[in-house]
Each structure stands twice: as structure tokens, then as C-alpha cells.
Design a protein around this ligand. Structure first.
Ligand code: NAP
Ligand code: MG
Length: 503
């Protein structure tokens, strides 16, 4: 452990006026490790959650959930087969026709409030479990994922007895049983986005979390039991893609809601074409974060870093393409490189970590392959020389400059901590480049001019446009895509409308 004097001596030369020597990660400031210590209260084995009970899968099969930060096994998770999915739908159908579906909205609200409060009570425990299972930094699970998940339950609790105002002049009714499948990047938060509006409207649910991140979903099942939610109202079936396909294709599902890749979204849409199921799809993205020369550059640099390196870039709406106005391009790039040099990559459980572990070995491989394609296609790569842990899945934050629209790294979703930088000269060119993508989930605009923000927000074909900020969320604000980023909205009044029929 370095002494205080040693720490001070490595603080860098800024105050002496001498030129900066080549700094490597950790040499600028040496922090003592600050591991989060709360007990995640994990069980060695998690069964399926069907009809309000934990039940063993019919096949008797389990798979391991591992901690991507050190590759250690955390727990065994039940593998649901078709019969288990049938049992989950039967339980959900029963709850819809006998208990949950018959409760008035003001009664449903009480359960949603209870779930939100119980989640708040166990917030630290859930944050630790989320970080261990998924690899995201503890400061993100603690300050973003868990509080936002609770906020979604609170928000929808507030709606449950006011549904007459969701569609003014019309009455709304629940759809029945809804099938939902979610990805691994925000396991608990995506779960809240899915089940809170469905329950507020009076539907019942069968949900499958992602194979690599099932633990907080099954921990939430404990909360649903503690809240006294009528058995069968929410059912969790764990497993991989096949289980997901069984959930999406089940004849009992009146509606399916999917969040995941565009590729799998298209498979589901094809398989359900011609059925009467209602569908919402929250798919991939390749957002443009656009910086004009009149932008507050230092704030913009923070926004760019937050936009792409937050949660290791495992964010559908990540600002993965930086479009920067030519007059400030060199300045922005230089500042970004400096910022990257001091990002802390490493143990997600350390409270000082900025960039944690990549969620799985497969995802690490995908990121590495796309980065390699960027190098091969001639873009200029920058990675800070940080030391990575020897065990676990980690990737250095990466910036590519000199990128053109034909490069794969400018077109394909990387879903990792990799930023591709393009430049533009005029507003029209910025809009054209930003919209020149198959996706349309989000975008960011950095400028001093309000009129330009308004123009950009109209012209950009993206579901969310952030102005002079990035990655800001609120349960009252609808979220969703254009084009291949999907359809339907989650959050706000619009999100509720996707879980009801107008009568
Ligand atoms: P993915 O491979 O599409 O998987 C998403 C979920 O679908 C997982 O639970 C997966 O199971 C399941 N699945 C796989 N094949 C299936 C099939 N044939 N039928 C039904 N379900 C199936 O996506 P991912 O790699 O986990 O997640 C990253 C993607 O999600 C990115 O593209 C990201 O942009 C997108 N995303 C979008 C939003 C949004 O709001 N628009 C939000 C978050 C993420 P297993 O993983 O267990 O195999
Ligand atoms: Mg895991």
C-alpha cells in the first residue's frame, strides 16, 4: 500500500508547470480499495417462480450464473422448459380471471407501493447482487438501477387508481396475460419497466430475464411474496433463448413485450406475424451525440463519457457515435483522451470504479471483434494504458477517430465501451449523418442555442433527444425507438397505453 507521501508524489505535474510525463492508470491518484460490503443474501440455488411459489423445473436442470468480474459461480438457476412455461401461463391466467384481474385500481396501487417500499428497504442488498451478477460498477447499481426501479413502481402505483385519465374520453381495460423477455444490461430496471405498467393496468405477467442475469429477478420474487401479491400475478421463468421463444410464442399471451437485440426482435416478430398478439419491441441503437462549436465543451466531454462509458457501454441508447463540429474537433478529442486516462477500470464492487466488467465472455468477444474491424478499416484507435484485472472480463475504454459512415464501427451496435468519432461542418450534415442509421432510439445535442436544440429535436429520427445532457431517465418520460430500434413506448402515459385496450 503506498504511503501518503508516495501518493502525493504521484499526483502529477499540473501544479509545477513541467510537461506531463506519460501517465498510466493509477499513477495520477492512488486510491485505497473501497469495496462495498453489504451482504447480497444470495441463495446457492434459485428455482422458478410460478403461482407465487418457488418451484423446481420439470427437467430438473439448472445452469450457473457467474460473476463476470472474477468468473466465479454465484448461484444455480433453474432452466425452464416448455412445460414450465405452460405452468407459468396457467398460473397467470388463473390470477387474471380470479384475483388480480378483478381488483379495483386503488387496490392494485397498494401492492405496487408495497413493492416499491420493500425494494427501497433492501436497496443495498439488491445493488450488490446486481453488480455481482452483471458486472456493472456498484455506484451505478446503487445510485441508478435500484432507485430507478423503485421509482417505476412508485410512479405506476400512482397511476393505478387514475386510469380513467390515461386516455381522455375513453375507458381502458387490461389485456390479460402478457409475456415479457428482457436483456442483461439493466436486469432489475428492465424488469420494473416491464412489470410495473402491466400490473398497474390489471394484467398478469410471465417474464423471462436474461440467462446471465437472473438473480435480482428471483430476489424480486421474494419481495412479491412479502408484498402479498396474489399468487400467479407475476411469474418468472429462467433460461436461455429457447425459454424466451416459448414465452413469446405462447398462445395464452395477449401481448408480448420484448427488450433485446434487433436481430432477436425480428425473429420474434416473424414468428408472431398473423397472430392477434399485441407487441412492443425495445431493440438496439446507435445513437449520435452531437457537439456544436458553441457547446459548453467541458460539460459536453462529461456528457460524452457518461453517454458511452456508463455501464461499460452496455446501454441500448448509448451515445456510441460522437458527431463533433469541425472547429472544436481537436479540442474535444484531446479533452476526451485526458478524461479516459483517469477513468478507473476494474473491480465493479469498488465504489471508485467507473468501468466495471463486461457482462459475459461472449459479449467481450463481440466487442473485441468489432474493435479489430475498426483498426482493420483504418480508423485511429486510442486506449488509455490502464492495467486490467487478470481474471474476469474487462475491456479498455476505446475511442476511434477518423471514422467514416462506411466503417462497421459507425454502423453496428457494439454494446461496449467504444466511441466512434465523426466530424461535420453544417447543421444539415450533422442531421444527415445522425439519421443515417438503421436505428433510432436516442440522440444528444450540445449547443448554446435553444432554437438549434428545437430544430434538432424535430429533425432527429430518435425516440429520445437529450439536450446538453445525456442518459437521463424519469418514469414519467416515455422511452422507445424509431425504425429498427423498435416500436411502442415504456414509461409515462404512453407506456401505459401499450398495456391496455380502449373500450
Ligand atoms: P438478445 O440476445 O436479443 O437477448 C435479449 C433476451 O432475449 C434475452 O433474455 C435472451 O435470452 C432472449 N432471447 C434470445 N433468443 C430469443 C428468441 N429466439 N426468442 C425469444 N427470446 C430470446 O439481446 P442481449 O444481447 O441480451 O441484449 C442486448 C440488446 O438489447 C442490445 O441490442 C440492446 O440495444 C438491446 N436493448 C434495448 C433496450 C431498449 O429499450 N430499446 C434496452 C436494453 C437493451 P438469453 O440471453 O438468456 O439467451
Ligand atoms: Mg451473471
Amino acid at each position: 500500500m503506498p504511503t501518503l507521501a508516495e501518493k502525493k508524489s504521484t499526483r502529477g505535474p499540473a501544479r509545477t508547470g513541467r510537461p506531463a510525463p506519460e501517465l498510466i492508470f493509477g499513477d495520477l491518484w492512488v486510491f485505497d480499495p473501497a469495496p462495498e460490503s453489504a451482504d447480497p443474501k444470495l441463495k446457492p440455488r434459485y428455482d422458478l417462480f410460478i403461482g407465487g411459489q418457488f418451484v423446481a423445473p420439470k427437467s430438473g436442470k439448472y445452469f450457473a450464473s457467474i460473476n463476470p468480474a472474477n468468473e466465479q459461480k454465484l448461484a444455480e438457476i433453474a432452466l425452464a422448459g416448455r412445460e414450465d412455461v405452460d405452468a407459468a401461463y396457467a398460473a397467470a391466467e388463473r390470477a387474471f380471471s380470479t384475483t388480480w384481474g378483478r381488483l379495483p385500481g386503488r387496490e392494485r396501487a397498494k401492492y405496487l407501493f408495497r413493492i416499491a417500499r420493500l425494494l427501497q428497504d433492501r436497496a443495498r442488498e439488491f445493488a450488490v447482487a446486481e453488480t455481482l451478477d452483471g458486472g456493472k460498477p456498484i455506484k451505478e447499481s446503487r445510485d441508478f438501477d435500484v432507485p430507478m426501479a423503485a421509482a417505476h413502481f412508485f410512479y405506476h402505483a400512482g397511476w393505478a387508481d387514475k386510469l380513467d385519465y390515461v386516455a381522455p374520453g375513453r375507458r381502458v381495460a387490461p389485456l390479460g396475460v402478457v409475456g415479457q423477455v428482457i436483456p442483461w444490461n439493466f436486469p432489475l430496471l428492465m424488469l420494473a419497466w416491464k412489470i410495473a405498467p402491466a400490473l398497474a393496468m390489471g394484467n398478469t405477467v410471465v417474464l423471462k430475464p436474461a440467462e446471465t442475469t437472473s438473480i435480482t429477478c428471483l430476489k424480486l420474487a421474494e419481495i412479491l411474496q412479502d408484498a402479498g401479491l396474489p399468487p400467479g400475478t407475476v411469474n418468472f421463468v429462467t433460461g436461455a433463448g429457447e425459454t424466451g421463444a416459448a414465452v413469446m410464442g405462447h398462445p395464452t399471451a395477449a401481448k408480448v413485450a420484448f427488450t433485446g437485440s434487433t436481430e432477436v426482435g425480428k425473429i420474434i416478430m416473424r414468428s408472431l406475424a398473423g397472430t392477434e398478439k399485441k407487441m412492443t419491441m425495445e431493440l438496439g441503437g446507435k445513437a449520435a451525440n452531437i457537439v456544436f462549436d458553441d457547446a459548453p465543451i467541458d460539460q459536453a466531454v462529461e456528457g460524452i463519457v457518461n453517454g458511452i462509458f456508463f455501464n461499460q457501454g452496455h446501454v441500448c441508447c448509448a451515445g456510441s457515435r460522437l458527431l463533433v463540429h469541425e472547429p472544436v474537433a481537436d479540442r474535444v478529442l484531446a479533452k476526451l483522451k485526458n478524461r479516459l486516462r483517469v477513468l478507473r477500470v476494474g473491480d465493479p464492487m469498488d465504489k471508485n470504479t467507473d468501468i466495471g466488467a463486461i457482462n459475459s465472455k461472449e459479449q467481450l468477444g463481440k466487442i473485441a471483434a468489432l474493435v479489430e474491424s475498426g483498426v482493420q478499416e483504418g480508423a485511429e484507435i486510442f486506449q488509455p494504458p490502464c492495467r486490467l484485472p487478470t481474471k474476469g472480463y474487462y475491456f479498455r475504454p476505446t475511442i476511434f477517430s477518423g471514422v467514416s459512415m462506411s466503417h462497421r464501427i459507425a454502423r453496428e451496435e457494439i454494446f461496449g465501451p467504444v466511441l466512434s468519432i465523426l466530424t461535420f461542418r453544417t447543421v444539415e450534415e450533422a442531421i444527415e449523418k445522425a439519421n443515417n442509421t438503421a436505428y433510432g432510439l436516442s440522440a444528444g445535442v450540445w449547443t448554446d442555442k435553444g432554437s438549434r436544440i428545437l430544430k434538432m429535436s424535430v429533425e432527429l429520427k430518435a425516440g429520445v433527444v437529450w439536450a446538453n445532457t445525456y442518459n437521463k431517465f424519469d418514469p414519467a418520460s416515455p422511452f422507445g425507438g424509431y425504425k429498427e430500434s423498435g416500436f411502442g413506448r415504456e414509461g409515462g402515459r404512453q407506456g401505459l397505453l401499450d398495456y391496455c385496450k380502449l373500450v
